[in-house]
Design a protein around this ligand. Sequence first.
Ligand SMILES: [Zn+2]
Length: 535
Amino acid sequence: MTLFIKAKFSKLGALVALALSSACIPAIANDLPEHQTSNPWYSDAQSQLMQKLNTNNNFKAKNVILFVGDGMGISTLTAARILQGQQNNMLGEENNLSFEVFPHSALVKTYNVDAQTPDSAGTMTAMVAGLKTDVGVIGVDEDIERGDCSTLQGNEVTTALELAEIKGMSTGIISTARITHATPAATYAKSPDRNWEDVSDMPEDAVTAGCTDIADQLINFERNLESRFTGVDVDGIEVAFGGGRRHFLPRDEAFNSPDAASSTEGDRTDGRDLTAEWQEKYPQGAYIFDAAGFDSVDAASTERVFGLFNESHMQYEADRENDIAGEPSLTQLTEKAIDILDNNNKGFFLMVESGRIDHGHHAGSAYNALTDTIEFSNAVQKAMDMTNDEDTLILVTADHGHVFTIAGYPKRGNPILGKVVGVNSEDAATDANGLPYTTLGYTNGRGMMDLGSETNADVAYGMDINAGRIDLTLVDTNASGFHQEALVPLTSETHSGEDISLHASGPGAQLVQGTVEQNMVFHVIDQALNLTGSN
Ligand SMILES: [Zn+2]
């Protein structure tokens, strides 16, 4: 009936309506054969449409959670949903990642102001500050000169996380990469170069000119924010979870954490221990660095927590159990963060990054990229379970894609990590030279690796580049240590310039539609939380 009423408002619909009324035949839907309307493809799509018609029209949210799958392009979503489905004994293609059932989505143009294919610094600045900027710079506009400290002043931009702090909301950042890495850094730091993670990464003249490293800016977030706005009094970021301890500790083995991987864990050349400085600033806060410390945090009574779980990036999800002192999963980090942040009745803003989807791809390992994507989907599911879609806007997106393809004509249910086997066939399809090939592959990168049961993709960086076609006849491409073939030999597989997706649920999600510039993400958050007071 709904279809009929809507049809009346189009020219074609008017003709249909006229024909129907004159002939007195039943409504259109009743004319469809039963085998069509009862077909699950048909009925599932129709019930999804009905759900959309019943969606409420509340545009204001109390809380916003921004999930960023770093490098999680659309082909990554497709392959990860198939892999997850196949792990659950389904054919796979019909499976959905948790956020793929969100009612609203959009395509997102990811380019930076000066780059056709972007990086995470420019893209995340766009998402959290509302404007595009140059590649490689953090929390600044395009008037910056990358790497030039003297161009910083006057070009800093304010982010959604900072505005949420100013509004009295609780704030949190989570990343499985180093907490000073581009994506998390863009929420709190202003830096002419994403690589200035600690003082030892900066040129001498930048230090002399007064620029500060990204780790320092995380520790001094509260002071820095208050200095940029007169009369503003904030209480600082409540939750920060990630890797990257080396940027917070002095280059002195006496400061090694109990589970340090290197002989000297810290990188800082200024002798400062920023973890100790943080604890002095926040004596009520908990600084933690391993699974036991994480488990000991009582979310109900903890007002502030700072967790650095690895010297560098946290482990790939598939490799997590090999960590020296144990690491929480992204799902566990998300759960604990929400439990702490939702103690504030003014609401919260939380950013959750799965940083290592990107790293799996760069190393040429679909297995690591996809298993981290599945864990990212689990973390989103946890957030959905813990919040109410009447008051919490959840946005799930990527910063950019990768040159990762799903190729050939594999039959339905063919193992996504496997070799292509065609419809009605039992044998692997072959290329023009008679060699089998995989469904998944990369346009560039280090090329094929047969590393058996290895679960750490980064091992590939210690191997020779092996691009081009390889005879895979005797290779188990379903093994965790298999790295897909690549056409163009490069030391590291690259990002792609194609659009990525944005998925939204909750108040304000209705605005996520069409094909948008990436900086639109900030404006959706601003609208939902009224951060700038402009709506
Ligand atoms: Zn990357």
